[in-house]
Design a protein around this ligand. Structure first.
Ligand SMILES: Cc1ncc(COP(=O)(O)O)c(C=O)c1O
Length: 385
């Protein structure tokens, strides 16, 4: 089996990084559930010594993820947060980072509560505002870390423009591409140096695995990420690697339906009398719809948010969903709803939430791939309270 050099995206998703198992012909990469490997003689082995350092199932996934994001190498971690930690471990005491202000709550918590203890400094900026981003850069800025679209207010950052700002000041750009998925947005092609994902979300796609990855292009990043993956040891397990490999095979197909359902639900919400605001990059009312069309040419994804009159009203609506599950996380085939202010973003102080437009009456939807009429019916009955 040979993947053609000019293979298209969905073909790459299905085949890259994988060869039938040479000893059996098994088409699907086996789960190599082993902690160690017998060596042929002292100093002679088959490229595998110890499972933290190398594992064939993980290597297959890493080859697959690198090809999907158009990078030279990928590194799979035990969670999205450990992937972000590996990027942050590039920094030293005294280094400064410019971060999207409306980043995932766990990312903010890691930066604000853990890494500041080691003398790293973080400026939280609305990176959709290029002038503000440029202004936040200092002589000590080593990293710009952006999330686009943001979780959960779906603000967009112009990746190519921020890559230029970072590079002009000698910093590197890392993009959390979890919300868009590589089907819809390709940060490395737009000039980013590193891409990270919580593979827990669209890459795995079935709400049954926790993981993360970083994809890199530059030699020094690749060398460091390999070193820190083994050195700090937060590696993805063989079984989770196998699950994510299975997930990426159907990702291109899934994202078409996630985007179609996201768009249809956003339009439904925008015209609903009991909804005060609908937020989705695919709506022409989204303040950055033009950027979304340019930067996410294949669709706008399954993530949308909306506001109702008050927190009390949001509570009523959330408690009435029947088909949609009230749950944290996103990117699975089943539709989930959540209340970011008290769930995913509870670690963000209320004044910061207010500053980024995350109100207590905001509800987030991760649109799954169910029949759209069933989703609309559930949403409609929940909003009728
Ligand atoms: C945008 C984003 N980045 C990173 C993470 C962290 O990933 P994980 O939960 O796999 O550690 C999440 C989790 O929800 C997320 O939504």
């Amino acid at each position: 089996m040979k993947l053609p050099k000019n293979a298209r995206f969905s073909t790459v998703c299905i085949h890259a990084g994988q060869e039938p198992d040479p000893s059996t012909g098994a088409l699907i990469t086996p789960i190599f559930q082993t902690s160690t490997y017998k060596q042929d003689a002292l100093g002679q082995h088959k490229g595998y010594e110890y499972a933290r350092t190398q594992n064939p199932t993980r290597s297959a996934l890493e080859g697959n993820l690198a090809a999907i994001e158009g990078g030279r190498a990928a590194f799979a971690f035990a969670s999205g947060m450990s992937a972000t930690s590996a990027i942050a471990a590039r920094l030293a005491s005294g280094d400064h980072v410019v971060v999207t202000d409306n980043t995932y709550g766990g990312t903010f918590r890691l930066f604000d509560k853990v890494l500041t203890r080691y003398g790293m400094q973080f400026s939280y900026v609305d990176t959709s505002d290029l002038a503000a981003t440029e202004k936040a850069m200092t002589a000590k800025t080593k990293l710009v870390f952006i999330e686009t679209p943001t979780n959960p207010v779906l603000r967009l950052t112009d990746i190519a423009a921020v890559a230029k700002i970072a590079h002009d000041r000698g910093a590197i750009l890392a993009v959390d591409n979890t919300f868009a998925s590589p089907c819809l947005q390709r940060p490395l092609a737009l000039g980013a140096d590193l891409v990270m994902h919580s593979t827990t979300k669209y890459l795995n796609g079935h709400s049954d695995s926790l993981g993360g990855c970083v994809i890199a292009n530059r030699d020094e990043d690749i060398e460091w990420l390999g070193f820190i993956q083994n050195g700090a040891g937060a590696v993805l397990s063989p079984f989770d690697s196998w699950l994510v490999l299975r997930g990426t095979k159907t990702m291109a197909l899934r994202m078409v339906q996630h985007s179609a359902n996201g768009q249809a639900l956003a339009e439904f919400l925008e015209s609903h009398p009991n909804v005060t605001k609908a937020i989705y990059p695919g709506l022409s009312s989204h303040p950055q719809h033009d950027l979304a069309r340019r930067q996410m040419p294949n669709g706008y994804g399954g993530m949308l948010s909306f506001e109702v009159e008050s927190f009390e009203r949001a509570r009523q609506v959330l408690n009435r969903f029947k088909l949609m599950a009230l749950a944290e996380s996103l990117g699975g085939v089943e539709t989930l709803v959540c209340h970011p202010a008290s769930m995913t973003h509870a670690s963000v102080p209320p004044e910061r939430r207010a500053a980024i437009g995350l109100s207590d009456s905001l509800i987030r939807i991760s649109a799954g791939i169910e029949d759209i009429e069933d989703l609309k019916a559930d949403l409609d009955q929940a909003l009728q309270a």
